[in-house]
Design a protein around this ligand. Structure first.
Ligand code: NCD
Length: 403
């Protein structure tokens, strides 16, 4: 069993040899230096497409969840720096399918590469890999946890388009409970602005950002406001950050294995929770979930019985991600918020509309031609420059003198 990962702070832009698992590792000076490196990568790209600064280096890409932008931009970034990538597109082709343990798989992959970029459906799992692997591990998204390289490109885009994040208003809208990109962006923008920031979180109550995050941002000076309608905060917004309903996370394997601790939390919510939470938590629901949880923990994950029971569990469309218990009335396919040109008429003239993508109907395609929409252009492209900068820095190099 891998030990728990404690993120080591990255000081004064010195990423050399560091894992990059959490935005909490970053100080303001580190973010500023990283962004100088990103500026340089952008210039290099515009001038000559790339720079051969990491020849012979190998970057292992280990993605256990679907990805388009994160995966392709990391591959493009590595190759534009002269590095090669090691990539097994399908788990079927790795020895895990023969029964190899996850730990051994990580250790084996780490023997061949100089850095590993990892995405995993389980929160905290990339941190475990980082603790285990003898090479730097970069978090390409872990469950409902973090997505620090995405936050880096999002914040870079805000700075590029609005000059600074300081004093600005970011409004995040959608499934903020499961969305990892919003959590990382809120944290990183707080560090960069030193708390001189307003953040509006707009979500149906059951998908609202976790309370711990609100408390953390407030303790660092951020003016945090919660809404369930987009119309009011839209008018004052400088960066509108839209995310999708995370349909696939409405019941994930980690949520299905309900242990004693989660059950105790469910009971606590029944006792002390809000009216809304209590309504969602009928005693029969708790009993059903408890029985299923016990049964699932007895069964072997590879058996058909487990798969069937697990499918039934998903069929309930309940998510029990640790503390918060959701039986949502919002179908995962519904979009309670859809950004349209009509809605954007109420937004400032100088603001930007962002989305980490994929979008699944949250932004009307008629918005794409609005000059304020950056999601299909700069925001995506910056992903490659940011990842070039991260890889170079983690390998202990820089292009700043050369640029
Ligand atoms: C996001 C992710 O994977 O967290 N996408 C991305 O990396 N650009 C957002 C999402 O899946 O909704």
């Amino acid at each position: 069993m891998a030990e728990k990962f404690t993120p080591t702070p990255i000081v004064d832009g010195d990423f050399a040899g560091h894992d990059f698992v959490s935005t909490k590792q970053l100080s303001k000076s580190t973010i500023d230096i990283l962004f100088e490196e990103v500026d340089s990568m952008r210039e290099i790209y515009l001038r000559q497409k790339g720079i051969n600064i990491l020849p012979q280096y190998q970057v292992d890409i280990k993605f256990d969840e679907p990805s388009t932008r994160t995966l392709k931009s990391f591959v493009a970034a590595a190759q534009r720096l002269g590095a090669s990538v090691l990539y097994t597109p399908d788990k079927e082709f790795s020895s895990v399918s023969k029964g190899e343990s996850w730990d051994d798989d990580i250790l084996a992959n780490a023997q061949y590469a100089d850095a590993m970029v990892m995405r995993h459906p389980q929160t905290g799992k990339v941190g475990e890999a980082a603790a285990l692997a003898p090479i730097p591990v970069l978090n390409g998204g872990d469950g409902i946890g973090e997505h620090p390289s995405q936050a880096s490109l999002d914040l870079y885009t805000i700075r590029q388009k609005l000059g600074t994040v300081r004093g600005k208003t970011i409004t995040a809208v959608g499934d903020l409970f499961h969305g990892r990109t919003v959590k990382s962006l809120a944290d990183m923008a707080t560090t960069e602005s030193e708390g001189d920031l307003r953040v509006n979180f707009v979500a149906p109550e059951e998908m609202q950002i976790p309370q711990e995050i609100v408390a953390d941002l407030r303790s660092r000076g951020v003016d945090v406001n919660l809404y369930d309608r987009i119309e009011d905060p839209l008018r004052e917004t400088d960066a509108l950050y839209v995310v999708r309903m995370q349909r696939e996370r409405f019941g994930t394997p980690e949520n299905a294995s309900i242990g004693e601790e989660t059950l105790a939390k469910i009971k606590k919510i029944l006792q002390f929770g809000s009216e809304q939470q209590k309504r969602l938590m009928t005693p029969s629901f708790v009993d059903t979930v408890a029985a299923m949880g016990e049964e699932l923990s007895r069964l072997d994950e590879s058996t058909d019985a487990y798969k069937k029971l697990y499918a039934d569990f998903i069929g309930l469309r309940y998510a029990i991600p640790d503390v918060k218990v959701i039986q949502t009335n919002t179908s995962p396919t519904d979009n309670p918020y859809v950004i349209t040109p009509e809605l954007l008429r109420f937004a400032k003239e100088r603001m930007i509309v962002m989305h980490p993508f994929p979008r699944v109907g949250e932004i009307d395609i008629r918005c794409d031609s609005d000059p304020r929409a950056v999601y299909l252009t700069d925001q995506m492209k910056n992903g490659m420059f940011v990842r070039m900068a991260l890889l170079v820095r983690i390998m202990g190099k820089t292009t700043l003198a050369a640029a």
